[in-house]
Write a protein that binds this ligand. Structure first.
Ligand code: C2E
Ligand code: CA
Ligand code: CA
Ligand code: CA
Length: 276
């Protein structure tokens, strides 16, 4: 045919079509996922580097569709953000995490991921105060994880909202540090308690990549000088744990210490081990 040897365009078009179609189908499914009760949370342990003592959990969203099965958040969270569905979904995550964690050992902290669009909503502060009041969770047990992208839009109220939340006693951590594009200015203007070092640096350092080691060292030093802690993400082996500990990270999270757990298992772990 005319298309014989027709090259790149025709070779890729069907794939693009499949991806667009998949997005469209997923977006429609996502629109009814909340009311059909298809979400649940899993909780991944966060431990102190060195001792391995349990400090808290990160709540991670899971979506099980009756037909398509488990869809990973790396696929549906960006879609929810684009389709402006993340606000109601994020609200459900916050409410569920606070209500579930309020029934555990009082010393474990619970970290919840917050998308930029949620923080740019002027109602977010009220949502948090209301959720704390309704669940009975003490504010110092709640940590919110935000990424650098929150600070990319000028003229937004995110910084003020974060400030008011910190005044309530909530902690703030800076997620996926070093993977986005932004200046360091906001680090000194926002009172983070923890910088989370992305798994890509941990992996690089464990392969003895000098750049990755240098970056972790620099981030740890920066955090220390600003009075913040550091959590290394995605620690999978004893060797990685030792390296991270030597580099001075204060906390670790990763499959080596525990995978994300169903709520019942997380509660049982929280009852057995307190934060202190
Ligand atoms: P994240 O916030 O960086 O969460 C950490 C991710 O790393 C989780 O993936 C976790 O399961 C995975 N992980 C933890 N330890 C290891 C390890 O040792 N090795 C490897 N290979 N992976 C590890 P998950 O649950 O698939 O979530 C992916 C991303 O989806 C999250 O990355 C976060 O950006 C987003 N996400 C998840 N839940 C929520 C949510 O409730 N709200 C929002 N806005 N985003 C969420
Ligand atoms: Ca996170
Ligand atoms: Ca992260
Ligand atoms: Ca990440």
């Amino acid at each position: 045919s005319k298309d014989a040897g027709g090259g790149v365009f025709h070779a890729y078009e069907p794939q693009l079509h499949v991806e667009a179609e998949e997005r469209r189908v997923l977006e429609i499914a996502l629109r009814s996922a909340l009311k059909n009760d298809q979400f649940h949370l899993q909780y991944q342990p966060v431990v102190e580097a060195g001792s391995g003592a349990l400090k808290g959990f990160e709540a991670l969203l899971r979506w099980t569709h009756p037909e398509y099965g488990n869809i990973p958040p790396s696929k549906f969270v960006p879609l929810a953000e684009d389709a402006r569905l993340i606000a109601p979904i994020g609200e459900w995550v916050l409410r569920t995490a606070c209500h579930e964690a309020a029934r555990w050992n009082d010393s474990t902290r619970i970290a919840v991921n917050v998308s930029p669009e949620q923080l740019h909503n002027p109602n977010f502060f009220n949502l948090v105060t209301q959720t704390l009041a309704q669940s009975g969770l003490h504010p110092d047990r709640l940590e919110l994880e935000v990424t650098e992208s929150v600070f990319m839009h000028e003229g937004t109220c995110a910084v003020q909202v974060l400030d008011k939340l910190i005044d309530l006693g909530i902690r703030l951590s800076l997620d996926d540090f070093g993977t986005g594009y932004s200046s360091l200015g906001y680090l000194s203007r926002t009172r983070f308690s923890t910088i989370k070092i992305d798994r890509s640096f941990v992996q690089g350092a464990s392969k003895n990549e000098r750049e990755a080691v240098a970056i972790i060292r620099a981030v740890v030093a920066l955090a220390q000088s600003l009075g913040m802690g550091t959590t290394a993400e995605g620690v999978e082996t004893e060797e990685e744990h030792q390296m991270i500990q030597q580099l001075g990270c204060t906390k670790v999270q990763g499959y080596y210490f525990g995978r994300p757990l169903p709520v019942g298992e997380a509660r049982a772990l929280a009852q057995r081990h307190g934060r202190d």
